[in-house]
Design a protein around this ligand. Structure first.
Ligand code: NAD
Length: 379
């Protein structure tokens, strides 16, 4: 691989996935031409598209394409109404994305939430609550905690009590929250390093007043924070964090979260950005001197209500491509060029339905293709 030649696996998936992926590739191709680098993009099916093509949500051939690539640009998978008889373990939501996260040890999820000034009207918060603007990076641990600890559901028959009384029967579900100091250290480094490129503040979210996980989390984050004297570190309980996000979101720069808390808070933060259609994400694996493998995807899902109508917003997918250029390929100028062009496009008034505010005289409603074309032309 020459330093400016990169291999990309493009897994568009289901629903609006293929439509928004088409626009993202269009913008990447336009950027590539102008900024002189080369992307070798291989498209491969995943999700229901994988099941239709090869009987599996993540076909072996698709996984092979990913392994042979420098990064994965992912659309979205899952169609809730398709084949309700299929076992949940084989459905795309579990059988496509989770194995990819596991295979590539994608432990760090980055979700930048930015409310553009022109879209202040579609933010669910009143203008006075938006403060100086909303620009938050949620850094979420992605491979430990409740979602990955031992779990079970069992039938319990109580054995104690007087012999003449009927035994009490019930079902019991157990999820276990497990995290190690090493897992906390590596995600904390990601957050502190990201803060260095931003406003130099990390708010670490935990539940140290109740959970052992939280006590360890706070201890380890504090120790890692001591290595970053230039970054201000504060700790916040997750319940307060959820409240502060809607009361005064402008206080946050980088929010560092454990897996479950990050899942919930990043969706809450996403809502502040106005539409899921605007929000990209990056899931990063191990970083070496030369490269960081990552999977880049929109924060939203397959939006079956919009699929096939040319009305989905392609910006989240396009900005996911920009994150890929930045984090996996070190192409900061190209990433910034895409991000600046998206902002100018919004400033120029182009709006897909999800970000079109009724009564905004500057807004001109456009479809998925038109939005992609406008950004690709201007980049
Ligand atoms: P969703 O994100 O698909 O849709 C939620 C709402 O956001 C809908 O109103 C939708 O129209 C809107 N929306 C989402 N993306 C948009 C875009 N680009 N432009 C405009 N509006 C957009 O969530 P859901 O309805 O809960 O899930 C639908 C399917 O997607 C489910 O099968 C779910 O499991 C799957 N899903 C997949 C992923 C993934 O692949 N990473 C993530 C989330 C949901």
């Amino acid at each position: 691989m020459s330093s400016r030649h990169f291999k990309v696996a493009a897994l568009a998936g289901d629903g609006i996935g293929p439509e928004v992926m088409r626009e993202a590739i269009k913008v990447l191709r336009a950027t590539e031409k102008k900024l002189g680098f080369a992307l070798e993009i291989t498209e491969a099916p995943a999700g229901w598209a994988g099941i239709d093509a090869a009987g599996k949500a993540l076909p072996d051939a698709t996984l092979a394409v990913c392994k042979n690539s420098d990064a994965i640009l992912f659309g979205s998978v899952g169609l809730p109404d398709r084949d309700p008889t299929m076992a949940k373990e084989a459905r795309p939501e579990r059988a496509a994305l989770l194995p990819l996260r596991k295979e590539f040890d994608l432990f760090a999820n980055l979700r930048p939430v930015k409310l553009l000034k022109e879209l202040a009207g579609i933010c669910p918060l009143r203008p006075e609550r938006q403060g100086d603007g909303i620009d938050i990076l949620v850094v979420r641990e992605l491979t430990a905690g409740l979602y990955f600890g031992p779990k079970s559901t069992e039938e319990v028959v109580e054995s104690h009590g007087p012999p003449h009384q009927p035994r009490r029967r019930y079902r019991k579900a157990v999820d276990t929250m497990v995290i190690t100091s090493g897992e906390i250290e590596r995600i904390a480094h990601v957050a502190f390093q990201a803060a260095r490129q931003r406003r130099k503040k990390v708010t670490s979210i935990d539940k140290a007043n109740v959970l052992e996980n939280g006590v360890l989390w706070r201890e380890v984050v504090t120790a890692i924070g001591a290595q970053y004297a230039d970054i201000a570190l504060e700790h916040m309980f997750v319940d307060n964090g959820a409240m502060q996000l809607v009361l005064r979101p402008s206080q946050f720069d980088v929010m560092l979260c454990e897996n479950t808390f990050g899942d919930i808070l990043s969706d809450e933060a996403a809502a502040l950005g106005g539409s899921l259609g605007m929000l990209p994400s990056a899931s990063l694996g191990k970083t070496s001197a030369e490269k960081t493998f990552g999977l880049y995807e929109p924060a939203g899902g397959t939006a079956p209500d919009l699929a096939g109508k040319n009305i989905a917003n392609p910006i989240a997918q396009i900005l996911s491509g920009a994150l890929m250029l930045r984090h996996s390929f070190g192409m900061e100028a190209a990433a910034a060029a895409i991000e600046t062009t998206v902002a100018s496009d919004i400033r120029a008034g182009h709006r897909t339905g999800d970000i079109c505010e009724a009564g905004d005289p500057k807004a001109r409603k456009v479809g998925t293709h038109e939005m992609g074309d406008a950004i690709a032309l201007a980049v």
